[in-house]
Design a protein around this ligand. Structure first.
Ligand SMILES: NC(=O)c1ccc[n+]([C@@H]2O[C@H](COP(=O)([O-])OP(=O)(O)OC[C@H]3O[C@@H](n4cnc5c(N)ncnc54)[C@H](OP(=O)(O)O)[C@@H]3O)[C@@H](O)[C@H]2O)c1
Length: 270
């Protein structure tokens, strides 16, 4: 049976730009009430104005802050009641070899890409259990399945998010709560511009690029159809498929991709 999005309360983190913003637009279009959260309140307000009406709530929050997480949930519940769908989308990357990226960046990626989704899931699970329904949708990445050099730590946070998603899905089996994973490939957002590139210019590393709207449509479709796991872009599907049969070949391909996008000769130098 499909999941009816009409009137559902959907909390989307990182909704001020890119995939999160587009996802908010698509859930809103599907008839849901959306709570859009991020640090850039001006961008969230602009999104709320664009969507219009009373099915949108903009909340300024840093997902890595425990008090902000409490605040966003309080405000959502006050405005719309309990959360039906949590979309853990906020994310960030620091590009660089393991030995050169600062520990502060390592900690920031772990806090944002892994701990925040876990913490928010823990907050919404009790009310979902009470209702016997709900969805937790984690936005991972193709590199969570197959790491890429110089995005090693970012890849590791997404791989951990994949593990969290799988384990949580089993823990919640039979409760009516769906735990879903959407793994975008290279997508045309500000992700690569806001990334902290330590030892190489970060570039869009794949040939095929999705628009954020295309990813958003896949997120909404996976919610409706309760799809456990969706991997996006032709390149993304190909590399995860190859990895299943030959991890060695997958490594070689990703090495080549990284070399083209971010010259590996510079890795570790200076
Ligand atoms: N673009 C790609 O090629 C790609 C590929 C695979 C996976 N992904 C994943 O897709 C997700 C969305 O990325 P995107 O491509 O849409 O990038 P983006 O345009 O840079 O959007 C990232 C969003 O995360 C928010 N954010 C960052 N730090 C935050 C914090 N501490 N607290 C709250 N919100 C925070 C940003 O808003 P504020 O700055 O306003 O807080 C922004 O709305 C991420 O999880 C990313 O890892 C992206």
């Amino acid at each position: 049976m499909g999941y009816d999005l009409q009137g559902k309360v959907v909390l989307i983190t990182g909704a001020s730009s890119g995939i999160g913003r587009a996802t908010a637009v698509e859930f809103h279009r599907a008839g849901s009430r959306v709570v859009v959260a991020a640090r850039s309140k001006d961008k969230l307000d602009a999104l709320a104005a664009e969507l219009g009406g009373d099915r949108v709530l903009a909340v300024k929050m840093d997902v890595t802050s425990e008090s902000d997480r409490t605040l966003v949930l309080e405000k959502s519940r006050e405005a719309f009641g309990s959360i039906d769908v949590l979309v853990n989308n906020a994310g960030w990357a620091s590009f660089g070899t393991v030995q050169r990226i600062p520990m502060a960046n390592v900690e920031k990626m772990v806090a944002l890409n892994l701990i925040a989704p876990i913490a928010l899931a823990r907050e919404v699970i009790p009310e979902m259990l009470e209702r016997g329904s709900g969805q937790i949708i984690n936005i991972s990445s193709v590199v969570g399945f197959q790491a890429i050099p110089r995005m090693t730590v970012y890849s590791a946070t997404k791989a951990a998010l994949n593990g969290f998603t799988t384990g949580l899905r089993m823990e919640l089996k039979g409760t009516g709560i769906d735990v879903l994973l959407v793994a975008p490939g290279s997508t045309n957002t500000s992700f690569f511009d806001v990334a902290d590139a330590i030892d190489a210019k970060a570039s869009r590393v794949a040939e095929t690029q999705y628009t954020p709207q295309r990813v958003a449509l896949a997120v909404v479709a996976s919610s409706r159809k309760r799809r456990r796991e969706v991997v996006l872009t032709a390149d993304g599907k190909m590399i995860t498929w190859i990895r299943r049969f030959s991890p060695r070949v997958a490594d070689l391909i990703m090495y080549g991709v990284a070399k083209k996008g971010m010259p590996l000769s510079k890795a570790g130098s200076a």
